[in-house]
Ligand binder design. Structure first.
Ligand code: IPD
Length: 300
């Protein structure tokens, strides 16, 4: 019930803040030693995993299991270590302990814990906390989402209300991500997609299809939060994981955004729209976020 979700939100917000302290401690530790000694490689030098990813996930997992012993748990680090429970109708926490790991290692302050709850295979609650900026984003399915800054009152999202209708793609600030797969095929395909979005003056005059500009924030969850906030108009990424998007889906939808594609992460019945569909939505004035289903690699 909504009452249950409110109390779960209260608990998970406190837990995210505690996790945030550990993230900041980790950042200081990493900055003070040679990064090369503290950082191990998961897939390649871009997809970094640190001791703190594991420590934060262990802390969060333990606290959640104590408070909600019947809830299931999906986490990035547990998944990497081989814990891959099937998704059921049961309440399931879905956590990325440190989203924006590369930023974390470099001290680029767009790092967060992303803590979501799935119920009946749909995201129903989201907490995203960036301890570097002390920005807390919260959402409960069917209700408004909020941003709480340091010592401030919760601000309803989007901050500029109602969201600005965008007469054309040329007025959109779009988040794109390079991801961790740096294989030639993937990067060539992505770069050409990004290139078409960045466009050129000639193309802009003819079709008005060039984005205002592109951004790479380096955290999927914060991209969602920033679209919910109104600072970005669109976020589009191929191949996110459930823990990257679970909390963000709820927060973005509660801010009036449209989320497409990422539901395929939670259910098997969803088709991802083409970038043309996304453009169409922007032209009709709605904020739009698209995250494609796991496993898809094409960029149109
Ligand atoms: C990644 C970041 C990155 C996005 C990837 C995510 P991680 O999560 O959010 O910006 O491009 O899709 O997997 O590895 O930093 O937790």
């Amino acid at each position: 019930t909504t009452h249950d979700l409110e109390s779960i939100l209260e608990f998970t917000v406190a837990l995210a803040r505690t996790a945030g302290e550990l993230i900041l401690e980790g950042s200081e530790a990493i900055q003070s030693v040679q990064a090369s000694k503290d950082v191990s490689e998961k897939k390649n030098s871009v997809d970094l995993v640190t001791e703190y990813d594991v420590r934060v996930e262990e802390l969060v997992k333990k606290e959640l299991a104590t408070k909600y012993p019947n809830f299931k748990f999906i986490g990035e680090e547990s998944y990497s270590a081989g814990s891959r429970p099937p998704l059921t109708d049961e309440p399931t926490f879905c956590v990325d302990p440190i989203d924006g790991t590369t930023n974390f290692v470099h001290g680029f302050p767009f790092v967060c814990i992303s803590l979501g709850l799935i119920y009946r295979r749909r995201p129903v609650l989201g907490v995203i906390f960036n301890p570097f900026l002390n920005h807390l984003y919260t959402g409960i399915k069917g209700k408004s989402s909020y941003l709480t800054k340091a010592n401030g009152k919760p601000l309803k999202l989007p901050l500029a209300s109602p969201p600005k209708p965008l007469p054309s793609l040329s007025q959109a600030l779009i988040a794109i991500e390079w991801g961790s797969d740096r294989g030639e095929k993937t990067i060539t395909s992505k770069a050409s997609g990004f290139g078409r979005l960045a466009g050129n003056p000639e193309q802009d005059v003819k079709g008005g299809k060039m984005a205002h500009s592109l951004r790479s924030v380096g955290s999927a969850a914060l991209n969602y939060a920033l679209v919910a906030q109104g600072g970005l108009d669109l976020y589009w990424e191929v191949g996110c994981w459930p823990w990257d998007v679970c909390a963000g889906v709820v927060i973005a939808e509660g801010a009036g955004c449209v989320v497409t594609g990422s539901h395929a992460v939670f259910a098997t019945t969803s088709s991802s729209p083409s970038f043309g569909d996304v453009t169409e939505e922007i032209l009709t004035g709605r904020k739009y976020i698209v995250v494609r289903a796991i496993g898809e690699t094409e960029v149109e």
